[in-house]
Design a protein around this ligand. Sequence first.
Ligand SMILES: C[S@@+](CC[C@H](N)C(=O)[O-])C[C@H]1O[C@@H](n2cnc3c(N)ncnc32)[C@H](O)[C@@H]1O
Length: 251
Amino acid sequence: MDRRTHTDRSPSPEVRGAVGSGIKGGWTRARWLLGDAEYEADRYRDEAPVEFVHDLVAAAQDAGLIAATGLYIGCGNGRNYLPLVAAGLDLLGLDVSATALEQLGRRAPERRGHLVHGDLSALPDRLRFPLVIGIQVFQHGDRATAHSHFCSAQERVSPGGLFCVRVNAVGTDVAPCHDVTERHRDGGFTVRYLEGPKAGLDVHFFSASELNGVFGSAFEPVLPLRRHDTSRTMPNTGRWSQWEAIWRRKD
Ligand SMILES: C[S@@+](CC[C@H](N)C(=O)[O-])C[C@H]1O[C@@H](n2cnc3c(N)ncnc32)[C@H](O)[C@@H]1O
């Protein structure tokens, strides 16, 4: 475990090696152009952090992880990353959107050395973290893609480390116009949007049993799965639901 003090904000040598390594693996610019376009349209810039941030900081404090270097997968342009860092967490921010990272770097120039452009394959294979965070990132793609992403992220959690997740939940009134492309007997389903900023993209919605199954016996709950519902504001209707949970990897 990283024993640096809270005030030492330089990345560890291993993490330093990862920073600036750029995109490796299968991501193509075309696939994430849409994500960049959303950030170019100022998506998330003025959005408040999700309340889950408070649970996450409390869990990290309880586990004595405030000074350790954690990993935030899909950190975006900072609505949650910045409050987490302000609360004392030292987070390596990973994102496939160069635009999001550029915006985050402008908002917090002192964090530029802690941001990595790419997906998990951009990090050295051996790199593990005592704290891994994914907020609204593991829902991208169909069921197999979403499960495989979770699996790769779980491998990055050190024994005894925490994995903090907020992800799309069944119970959401899915909008705008979409096709349901797969539906599993455990309740999980995938949609392909036909309109809106995600048109043409697959997005997965997890059921509780599906998500608990993804974590299986190798992890134990610290904050058991709970559903957070957000009512859409007029003229939109219905609700948008997310699972929130924190798991500890068993030794
Ligand atoms: C819905 S946004 C959420 C951003 C941030 N977590 C927040 O709550 O503000 C999802 C983010 O994950 C990024 N992303 C999607 N797939 C990723 C992957 N496989 N690895 C790293 N980042 C990814 C996107 O570029 C985007 O910035």
